[in-house]
Design a protein around this ligand. Structure first.
Ligand code: ASP
Length: 361
């Protein structure tokens, strides 16, 4: 029979045959790609955890003791998260474990040790995202939640919502059995003095009618973690007290999915810096979009957003980025960024200052 006639006579049977041949090929293609990009993601040799403790490092303002304490806390956070990965637990667990340690450490601007608002309160924000499923949770403006990252995760896992704020978020925390503490738990004298300085500088600028310097430039101290687990899946989380002297109800980038936190199948990011600019740039998502859609190497995408786009708009800060192929980037444009990573050898690698070398995995 003429093949054209055969096609015309048996179109249904032919499409069924084509589907039978094509389906396994499609499934194979999906198995080796992640995200919606086309190229396969090489699987890393072993799990990785990357963290930051904020890009507000000022060398002259940091005592030897403060520096040593911060390095110790970074190493403890890396070990806590890495233990989860080594036990075969998912990236989300490693991110939660690492951030919990950093939130409990008073050296960083997250939970205990958070900066103060204009009104003299500690107002906390956090978010978490699971790259494998695209699920996310966030909370903002809470005053009594000991570990905001734990509540952000509860929002993701035990509610129908992505973000809860203020009293409602705290009511949800109580319902979920997430630990609540007296607001005085978050207070440190160092952060209180930073608020006093910021208030005095603001009053002086207003009196002399001169524009104010960056609002609390020196006090970025947000914490963040990214993990790549043994299954090749990514997760990201960020937790912060925001910016010193922030006004009532101000929310920065850290709890905003896509601004301060993002994770998908091939890329995860956590930011730290002047949040308003990170929100406008959708910074964390923008980095991963450049990797996924433009095929840029992770380091180039991260550098382009953090060190070119954000400063060009008037902001500053840093970020950490982790690829599903095991690539890592630590872009920042301040004097330093508390940062570190841990991989196959189980040894925490930590750095603080700009001129300090941090060997990459
Ligand atoms: N990005 C945070 C915020 O704007 C501040 C920080 O990174 O320290 O709330």
């Amino acid at each position: 029979m003429n093949p054209v006639h055969a096609l015309a006579r048996y179109p249904l049977r032919l499409s069924a045959c084509l589907l039978l041949v094509a389906a396994p090929l499609l499934a194979l293609a999906q198995a080796v790609t992640s995200g919606s990009g086309a190229s396969p993601v090489p699987r890393p040799a072993s799990p990785l955890l990357v963290i930051h403790g904020g890009a507000g490092v000022v060398r002259t303002g940091l005592s030897a003791q403060d520096e040593a304490d911060a390095r110790k806390a970074l190493a403890a956070a890396l070990l806590a998260g890495h233990a989860r990965l080594q036990a075969g637990e998912p990236a989300l667990d490693a991110v939660t474990a690492a951030i919990t340690v950093l939130e409990d450490a008073p050296q960083f601007n997250a939970a205990r040790g958070a900066v103060f608002t204009h009104d003299g309160r500690n107002e906390l924000d956090a978010s978490i995202m699971d790259g494998a499923s695209g699920r996310a949770g966030a909370i903002a403006g809470v005053h009594r939640v000991r570990n905001p990252i734990v509540l952000a995760r509860a929002v993701m896992e035990h509610s129908k919502h992505v973000m809860m704020v203020g009293d409602g978020a705290e009511a949800f925390a109580a319902e979920q059995g997430v630990e609540l503490v007296d607001p005085s738990y978050f207070r440190t004298e160092k952060r209180w003095q930073q608020l006093q300085h910021a208030l005095a500088a603001e009053a002086k600028a207003q009196a002399s009618n001169t524009p104010l310097e960056l609002p609390g430039k020196a006090y970025f101290g947000t914490v963040g973690a990214l993990a790549l687990d043994a299954q090749g899946k990514l997760a990201a989380g960020t937790s912060t007290g925001g910016m010193t002297n922030k006004r009532y109800g101000r929310v920065g980038d850290s709890p905003i999915i896509g601004a301060g936190t993002w994770a998908d199948g091939r890329c995860a990011v956590s930011g730290t810096g002047w949040g308003e600019f990170y929100i406008r740039a959708a910074a964390a998502h923008e980095i991963c979009a450049r990797v996924r859609l433009a095929g840029q190497p992770l380091a180039r995408a991260a550098d382009g957003v953090i060190n070119r786009d954000v400063p060009a708009a008037g902001g500053d800060g840093g970020a950490i980025a982790l690829g599903a192929d095991g690539s890592v980037a630590f872009p920042f444009n301040t004097e330093g960024m508390y940062r570190g990573w841990i991989g196959a050898d189980g040894v925490p690698h930590v750095a603080v200052f700009r001129d300090e070398a941090l060997p990459l995995p």
